[in-house]
Design a protein around this ligand. Structure first.
Ligand code: NAI
Ligand code: MG
Length: 349
């Protein structure tokens, strides 16, 4: 049976990098010994423009029956002031599919050691995973209100929502260094006090692992001061969003970081951690690595195609080691040139 992948290219640089991701996917189909069935649907700004909604019903229905979902990126000034926005579509998709566990690996390829603004000796050997709670917290909490003189949001967490993401983090840690750093603001926020107490409780179920707590402000500092001190970082939605953009300074660009979002048994979604980059959209210069590595994560985690996933990761690394970089990393290569080079590497492998 063919595996069905729903493709949501989105808008901005989304379609440009999705094109790269799909070309690379096609290039490893032989390794996988199967053909993936790709079904493209409008979503985000493209959903609003083409189907009148950021998350059209047909798009959602297709996602619900997919084996996996690939998402490019969404958002931009064009839709900012509308009633429906691309971001609303993304939040609704995450909520409806119950995608609560967003896994964001951050490592630094030796080819990138001298491209980061941070010193090579600080970032060398960085290999951490940010486990971001994705379906609750202040991005979803009600009530919320915005008037001309007052505004508020609600940072709400149910205990079971915290429990399940902490479990996800410990399970990942068990296959790695067995260390979990839980990041919160428990000295100030009620939601963080519950978060910390729950993390302590769940930790008792993982006696082989170590749990430490850090406040988010100090964690933000330590993340770039000594990234090697971290292995698995687990945190709530807003903190995870901010810390992972910060973490992209370690490899040198937002354009190289992929992610996977999981629910309990439903289809998983794979997407870059960055947005639609309206400042460079349409120029053909976006870094496709974030999307290509998201494809690799999909092959590994949704389809158990470890060999193909590793081949893709190695090919990206080889292209970087050969000195080919897109503009975000200080190079001249276009999105298409970089993608073609990755495919050449895959063919040679
Ligand atoms: P952004 O992540 O789109 O861009 C931040 C900076 O990183 C920009 O200078 C951009 O050019 C650069 N950048 C990002 N990805 C890149 C890539 N692959 N190659 C080269 N450079 C890259 O964040 P920004 O500008 O704050 O937001 C733009 C829009 O994206 C907003 O509408 C925002 O709401 C939306 N957004 C969507 C997300 C998603 O689709 N999952 C996530 C984050 C933001
Ligand atoms: Mg973000």
């Amino acid at each position: 049976m063919n595996s069905k992948i729903v493709v949501l290219a989105g808008d901005g640089i989304g379609p440009e990098i999705m094109d790269s991701g799909l070309k690379v996917l096609r290039a490893v189909e032989d390794t996988c010994g199967k053909t993936f069935k790709l079904e493209k649907f409008p979503f985000g700004g493209a959903g609003i423009d083409e189907a009148g909604a950021s998350l059209p019903e047909e798009t959602l229905a297709a996602c619900q029956t997919a084996d996996a979902i690939l998402l490019g990126a969404i958002g931009g000034p064009k839709w900012e002031k509308m009633q429906d926005t691309p971001e609303k579509g993304l939040l609704a998709l995450r909520k409806t599919l119950n995608l609560f566990a967003n896994i964001r690996p951050v490592s630094v390829s030796s080819a990138l050691l001298h491209l980061s603004p941070l010193k090579p000796e600080i970032i060398e050997g960085t290999d951490l995973i940010i486990v971001r709670e994705l379906s609750s917290g202040i991005y979803f909490g009600e009530p919320r209100e915005l008037t001309e003189t007052m505004a508020f949001d609600t940072a709400r967490y149910q205990k079971d929502e915290i429990e399940r993401i902490i479990h996800s983090a410990f399970k990942i840690a068990q296959g790695r260094s067995k260390k979990v750093t839980s990041v919160d603001k428990a000295n100030v926020l009620a939601s963080s006090k519950l978060w910390r107490a729950t993390a302590e409780e769940i930790a008792k179920e993982y006696p082989d692992c170590q749990l430490e707590h850090q406040y988010v402000d100090s964690a933000a500092m330590k993340l770039i001061q000594n990234p090697k001190a971290f292995d698995v970082i687990v945190t709530e939605n807003l903190f995870g969003d901010i810390l992972s953009d910060e973490a992209s300074v370690l490899p040198g660009s937002l354009g190289v970081l992929p992610s996977a979002s999981h629910s309990d048994g439903g289809p998983s979604l794979y997407e870059p951690i960055h947005g639609s980059a309206p400042d460079i959209a349409g120029k053909g210069i976006a870094n496709p690595i974030s999307m290509i590595l998201s494809v690799a994560m999909m092959l590994r985690q949704s389809f158990q195609e470890e060999q193909a996933a590793q081949a893709i990761e190695k090919a990206c690394d080889a292209v970087l080691s050969n000195g080919l970089f897109t503009h975000d990393l200080g190079g001249q290569a276009s999105t298409a040139e970089f993608t073609d080079a990755v495919i050449q590497e895959l063919k040679g492998a």
